[in-house]
Write a protein that binds this ligand. Structure first.
Ligand code: FMN
Length: 370
């Protein structure tokens, strides 16, 4: 069983490196959201402060690299390169699902190397809700945290992926109760994390009530797990899987919509992810109410090469963010979170149909969050 899990994880990384697995309509919702340009920013671009404090940790910019991999020698290299870059830049990262190493301790080093390369960066451990339902609990959560001396634990929610995957684990009944059990006993904050299909207000409220300390919405518009599984099904000549992957390719709540509705429903920190590709997307996420932004797919290829390539990718995004802050007259993230936004098109329609009134859409950015 562990070797099957490892092979599947290998397939996922290979497919994400070689195929186009991005949402076809490419709709994160950010394309419908605009800032108001300030012709008189009245600030000095070089004095902009990008730092933020969250979970008792200071990030030099509000960016982390999202969970991707672990368990193989290629994955070890990828995690090490990301770790080295985020350590240098004062950011954070999540490791991929640690299931393989919990099932087979010999694989632990592919995760634990991450902490060696990033002794002071914010590191997020990762386990999946399907394993919790099948009997995992606090013990496995603690093993995952200890393996990388993590600052937080992400519990991933991936019903779309499990639905499309031929060997998918589709028993989700009881997942919330298990999340509650772990969130209330673990020694580090628990973050509930989707994997590219978004989180709606209703689920965010349940997760907050269950005791999680953060929600990573991981919405639709970026990496599509239906697409990844489509390519696996195609290679295995599994026609049913191919068809399912194609049908559900664009399934999910667009990231901007998810950040908006979750930030209007709960008061714990929100991580925006899913299709964040530029510093402009980062700025929009923060203005919509996110505390941090997480980026995965754009970092994968650079991470397969070197730490320096990862650093360059992230530095470019940080530079873009700084320029957007300049153009909105925001000399720190607190100010950026209060600047006015204009929500148009399908994203405005979506939010109106979800019951948000035009005055809420026209509101200024979140005022209360870090
Ligand atoms: C190759 C790859 C592997 C991933 N593996 C995991 C995983 O093990 N656990 C998890 O929570 N998310 C995983 N994800 C999902 C990402 O963390 C993220 O939520 C998703 O890719 C959306 O972000 P993006 O559009 O920036 O890629 C993976 C993503 C990629 C690209």
């Amino acid at each position: 069983m562990p070797s099957q899990t490892r092979e599947r994880k290998n397939d996922h990384v290979e497919i994400c490196l070689k195929q186009d697995v991005q949402a076809k309509r490419n709709m994160t919702g950010f394309e419908d959201i605009f800032f108001v340009h300030r012709a008189l920013p009245e600030i000095d671009r070089d004095k902009i402060d990008l730092s933020t404090k969250l979970f008792h940790h200071t990030f030099l910019a509000p960016i982390i690299v999202g969970a991707m991999t672990g368990g193989t020698s290629e994955a070890t290299k990828i995690n090490q390169n990301i770790a080295e870059a985020v350590q240098d830049l004062g950011l954070g990262m999540g490791v991929g699902s640690q299931r393989v190493a919990i099932e087979d301790a010999k694989l632990e080093c592919s995760f634990s190397e991450t902490r060696k390369k990033a002794p002071t960066a914010f590191l997020i451990a990762n386990i999946g809700a399907p394993q919790l339902v099948q009997g995992w609990g606090l013990d496995q959560a603690q093993i995952a945290v200890n393996m990388i001396d993590a600052d937080a634990l992400a519990i991933h929610l991936n019903p779309l992926q499990e639905a499309v995957q031929p060997e998918g684990e589709t028993i989700f009944a009881g997942a919330l109760a298990k999340i509650r059990e772990i969130a209330n006993s673990l020694n580090v904050p628990v973050i509930a994390k989707e994997t590219g299909a978004g989180i709606a207000a209703e689920e965010a409220i349940k997760l907050e009530q269950a005791g999680v300390k953060g929600v990573d919405v991981s919405g639709a518009g970026g990496t599509s797990w239906a697409a990844v599984e489509y390519y696996r099904a195609k290679a295995a000549m599994d026609e049913k899987g191919e068809r399912l992957g194609q049908t559900l390719w664009d399934w999910g709540i667009p990231t901007a919509v998810s950040v908006f509705e979750v930030s209007n429903s709960i008061s714990i920190p929100i991580i925006a992810s899913g299709g964040i590709r530029t510093g402009l997307d980062v700025a929009k996420s923060l203005a919509l109410g996110a505390s941090l932004v997480s980026i995965s797919a754009p970092v994968l290829k650079p991470a397969s090469k070197s730490a320096n390539q990862v650093k360059k990718t992230l530095e470019l995004i940080i530079e873009e963010l700084k320029n957007v802050m300049f153009l909105t007259g925001s000399d720190n993230l607190r100010t950026l979170r209060k600047v006015p936004l204009v929500v148009t098109g399908k994203t405005a329609q979506w939010l109106l149909m979800r019951g948000y009134r035009p005055e809420t859409l026209a509101r200024q950015g979140s005022k209360t969050r870090q």
